[in-house]
Design a protein around this ligand. Structure first.
Ligand code: NAD
Ligand code: UDP
Length: 318
């Protein structure tokens, strides 16, 4: 296939480019580097099946030649206002990437009669009242809350994708991605994995927002990419959760990291830094992914963190 990937210079987009090139496809990456890094694509510069277009997806998109698939991954993704690369600090860009960017990428897919895959998120479930979250759950999201620029843009993106599917018969897919971690996450994007690993590796106390009782379920990037690739090749049009169901409290996650890194500085609680609409519990129900895609994660937390620690050690030593 000849595939356009937006958000290609980001954490997930770059891993997806690697995988698609490895599978023999031709890939055109697109990114405006607002939160991404060209270095994430350095390994692909020698490939004659990879090319790159620097472009903002909220502007009209033109890609020469026929495309077989369009994968829309462009969007800021960190909720942490302490980072300049987070969506609360890029609110308009986030809404434009999710709304206008989805409209433009759907338009490109329609013009090419190509399949389309939307990177959606567990955030569409908001602060969920159902646990674990199944795809049938409609969510509990505040339309004007702190996270709303991201949540509502992604909810709009899902609705628009289904509209193109139902009205234009476009061959669409929607992946609802749960917290994913691994090499190439920005050290300074403020998400919990880079924050905790960086603090631990520098021998500083880990900052726990709130009382640390909130939970997340962390998926290693290679597992996620496998699930997304299977979804792309499937005929499934309804949303599919992809994530690791192993749920852990943030306070316990901090302990695991301090132990693995050998950090003696412990933790520090910062109750005021936990935002009002920070979900209390998050865990994917992956029954659909298992039955439709034959997929489930295979990397345990320690193995995934070990690989991620290696990456962060190298980054910090540069
Ligand atoms: P990231 O910030 O590393 O990557 C996003 C990329 O999109 C960056 O390279 C950025 O420069 C690019 N981008 C943003 N706005 C753009 C625009 N207007 N035009 C062109 N490029 C633009 O984040 P990520 O973690 O790789 O997330 C990728 C996608 O996956 C996002 O859509 C995000 O919502 C979704 N997602 C990620 C996770 C996760 O845990 N990593 C969870 C749920 C959903
Ligand atoms: N968090 C934390 N300390 C940090 C960064 C994040 O306790 O230094 C918490 C955050 O409040 C949230 C969880 O870790 O409850 C996961 O945060 P992340 O930014 O990774 O993304 P989210 O899953 O909330 O979208």
């Amino acid at each position: 296939m000849r595939i356009l990937i937006t958000g290609a210079a980001g954490f997930l987009g770059s891993h997806l480019c690697d995988r698609l090139i490895k599978e023999g496809h031709t890939v055109i990456g697109m990114d405006n580097f607002i939160t991404g890094n060209p270095m994430n694509l350095a390994q692909l510069t020698g490939s004659d099946r990879f090319s790159f277009i620097k472009h903002d997806v909220s502007e009209y998109i033109f890609v020469p030649g026929k495309l077989d698939a369009v994968l829309h991954f462009a969007s800021p993704a960190s909720p942490n206002p302490a980072s300049p690369f987070s969506y609360p600090n890029l609110p308009i860009q986030t809404m434009k990437a999710g709304a206008l960017g989805t409209h433009n990428t759907l338009g490109v897919a329609k013009a090419n009669d190509a399949r389309f895959l939307l990177a959606s998120t567990s955030e569409i479930y908001g602060d969920p009242l159902e646990h674990p979250q199944k795809e049938t759950y409609w969510g509990h999201a505040d339309p004007i809350g702190f996270r709303s620029v991201y949540d509502e843009a992604k909810r709009f993106a899902e609705a628009l994708t289904m509209a193109y599917h139902r009205f234009h018969d476009l061959d669409t897919r929607i992946v609802r991605i749960f917290n994913t971690y691994g090499p190439r996450m920005r050290l300074d994007d403020g998400r919990v994995v880079p924050n905790f690993l960086q603090q631990a590796l520098l021998g500083k106390p880990i900052t726990i927002y709130g009382d640390g009782s909130q939970t997340r379920s962390f998926c290693y990037v290679d597992d996620l990419i496998e699930g997304i690739y299977r979804l792309l090749l499937s005929d499934e049009h309804m949303p599919v959760n992809i994530g690791n169901p192993a749920e852990i409290a943030i306070s316990q996650f901090a302990e695991v990291i301090n132990k693995m890194v050998g950090n003696k500085a412990g933790v520090v609680y910062e109750p005021d830094k936990r935002l009002g609409d920070d979900p209390q519990r998050r865990q994917p129900d992956i029954t659909r992914a298992k039955s439709i895609l034959g997929w489930e994660p295979v990397t345990d937390l320690e193995t995934g963190l070990e690989r991620t620690i290696q990456y962060f050690r190298t980054q910090l030593s540069q």
